[in-house]
Design a protein around this ligand. Structure first.
Ligand SMILES: Cc1ncc(C[n+]2csc(CCOP(=O)(O)OP(=O)(O)O)c2C)c(N)n1
Length: 324
């Protein structure tokens, strides 16, 4: 396996932090304590953590409307994230971004994006920047299966393949775009097949298995860093909640959902495999669960106590200014 006990514990901590963060948000949004649309990442943790564990801080990631997991995996401060979702001035974006524009440029996290597929050209541009400036950075674009029907996906991948940009395109195929099963709207069985039309490498990973994602992402990232161009990495996965908090998932097959949630939980799969390696103390996972729960409780308390942005700041940190 090649990981030390502390490394496995840290990977588990990241995955558990994402899961518990999302469970906490589900509770807070359902109770009306946080407003706005909230798309949860639970179920897909092995992808964000598996990919980001192969990246350096200076590497760039771009996200989607389901972006909290990518933030945590890239090392964004969890308390600042929680404050952002509460709209507080102590948030990552001083309370003005919220769930769908949460970003932390210092951590290489370009931002969540409310436009489906909108992150793909941004990340392609970041890869072009790295290439033109001769930097060793790699850029990673996370997006869903639905986004691969967008024009900007095809335009970006064509450019990246032609110019051999240092980028990895990570498609998190969770089987649905909003309330529509992927097979209704995507005419190929594997999204990875789409790469052949750009002459691009493609790989499929089990998105519920950290180790499979880690290995395949690692190969793609190493090739991109060596100047050998982009890869499309398709990760097969499932979102455990509905499309957004409040979606009751009437369109979902109950047996299928239960099979993924009960038997293919990425945290359980990780814990079983990591335990078999025999380098993590048996009670270490539960200890981490407790520490993460305490951190999130503190994050909520501190966010609730933090000030809202002042009216004087309403025109700062925004791109469009009204000068009238
Ligand atoms: C350009 C655009 N079209 C439509 C929407 C509405 N919309 C929001 S999420 C979503 C589904 C996206 O599916 P997918 O890319 O598979 O990501 P997932 O939600 O499964 O993570 C749609 C159609 C949007 N936000 N932007």
């Amino acid at each position: 396996m090649g990981f030390t006990g502390p490394e496995l514990a840290e990977i588990y901590r990241r995955m558990r932090t994402i899961r518990s963060f999302e469970e906490k948000l589900h509770e807070l949004v359902s109770a009306g304590k946080i407003g706005g649309f909230m798309h949860l990442y639970a179920g897909q943790e092995a992808i964000a953590v598996g990919v980001c564990a192969q990246l350096a801080e200076a590497d760039i990631v771009g996200s989607t409307h389901r972006g909290h997991g990518h933030c945590v995996a890239k090392g964004v401060d969890v308390k600042a994230m929680m404050a952002e979702l509460f709209g507080r001035s102590t948030g990552t974006n001083r309370g003005k971004g919220g769930s769908m524009h949460i970003a932390d440029i210092d951590k290489g996290m370009l931002g969540a994006n409310g436009i489906v597929g909108g992150g793909i050209p941004l990340v392609t541009g970041a890869a072009l920047t790295a290439q033109v400036l001769g930097r060793e950075n790699v850029a990673v674009s996370f997006f869903g299966d639905g986004a691969t029907n967008q024009g900007q996906f095809h335009e970006s991948l064509t450019m990246a393949a032609n110019w051999e940009l240092p980028v990895v395109y990570v498609c998190e195929n969770n089987g649905f775009g909003e309330f529509t099963p992927t097979e209704f709207v995507v005419p190929v069985k594997d999204i990875a097949d789409r790469a052949s039309s750009y002459g691009m490498r493609a790989v499929i990973a089990d998105g519920m298995d950290f180790f499979d994602v880690y290995e395949k992402a690692g190969e793609a990232i190493a090739l991109a860093r060596k100047g050998e161009g982009p890869t499309l990495l398709e990760c097969k996965t499932y979102r455990f909640y509905g499309h957004y908090v409040g979606d009751q998932t009437p369109y979902r097959n109950k047996e299928e959902a239960e099979e993924w949630i009960q038997n293919r939980d990425p945290l359980d799969i990780f814990e079983t495999k990591a335990s078999e390696a025999g380098v993590v103390e048996p009670d270490e996972f539960r200890r981490i669960d407790g520490e993460v729960a305490a951190l999130l409780n503190e994050a909520v308390e501190e966010a609730e106590a933090a000030p809202l942005p002042s009216i004087a700041e309403v025109l700062t940190d925004v791109y469009v200014r009204y000068e009238g």
